[in-house]
Design a protein around this ligand. Structure first.
Ligand code: PEP
Length: 268
């Protein structure tokens, strides 16, 4: 089973910094067995092409864009389109991050349009959803994120859904003012997402104050197929450690499945 480990750099890193990070990653991964771990990196738009170029020898790492407009081209000053980010080397488009919903007027409708445009061009939409602190305090996390996902993915066919990634990122848990979520707090929203979407989409990721101490526990939560990480992965050493943690988690999962299968064989 694929375990996704991705990072978005938000509005950070110069071209030189981005290239160093990506070259360092390519060197560190050369000849390394990643198992079913799927790395991805989402630089700012200015650095997509440079990062893709630096990772040309390491195509196992997917490159993404933090946003893309739903229109193909035209009079949309300041925007970039899905074909443009694809041209620069992106294969994933992050859509609906809470910072874009809060500061840039991203709505359920624009999120839906961007998901559709991303799929139409053969890229992977990484749909971000998450509830504010007051909704979580009232016990409404699962219902809130299910509503966001339902509105973003309305009308898509099964084949299209199978190419979508969902990142559950509670707003109260992300960024420097975020509080790391406990495993117990994440069980209910992931149970809800897993029950409704787990078998229909490409993966359910968790994001929000992931660090080297909590990553293994977060990967152990039912229905969590990977991690979407900010600050901890901005330094390459942090990202490489997360890949190792994910590799161990994935190997442990594979062993459990094998043991269960062996037990079933013995019973026969
Ligand atoms: C984010 O902002 O989406 C995020 C996951 O950031 P961090 O890991 O820094 O909390």
């Amino acid at each position: 089973m694929t375990v996704w480990v991705g990072t978005s750099w938000k509005m950070n890193k110069t071209l030189a910094e981005a290239t160093d990070w990506a070259r360092g990653l390519a060197e560190a991964l050369a000849g390394r067995d990643l198992g079913d771990v799927q790395p991805f990196v989402i630089p700012p738009a200015t650095a997509i092409a440079a990062v893709a170029q630096a990772l040309a020898e390491e195509p196992r790492v997917l490159v993404g864009a933090q946003n893309a407009h739903w229109a193909e081209a035209g009079a949309w000053t300041g925007e970039v389109s899905v074909p443009q980010v694809a041209d620069a080397g992106a294969r994933i488009v992050e859509i609906g991050h809470s910072e874009r919903r809060e500061h840039f007027g991203e709505t359920d409708e624009t999120v839906r349009a961007k998901v559709a445009a991303t799929l139409a061009h053969g890229l992977v939409p990484l749909l971000c959803v998450g509830e504010p602190a007051e909704v979580q305090a009232a016990g409404g996390s699962g219902a809130h994120v299910l509503g966001q996902v339902e509105r973003a993915l309305a009308g898509l066919e099964a084949e299209q859904l199978s190419r979508v990634l969902i990142a559950y990122e509670p707003i109260w848990a992300i960024g420097e003012h975020g509080r790391p979520a406990t495993v117990a707090e994440l069980a209910e929203p992931f149970a809800a997402l897993g029950a409704h979407w787990g078998s229909r989409v490409a993966g359910l990721l968790y994001g929000g104050s992931v660090n080297l101490d909590n990553a293994a526990d977060l990967l152990g939560i039912d229905h969590v197929d990977g991690l979407f990480v900010g600050r901890t992965a901005w330094r390459l050493e942090g990202y490489l450690r997360l890949l190792e943690i994910a590799r161990s988690a994935e190997a442990a999962r594979a062993r459990t499945i094998n043991d269960e299968n062996d037990d079933k064989e013995k019973v026969k």
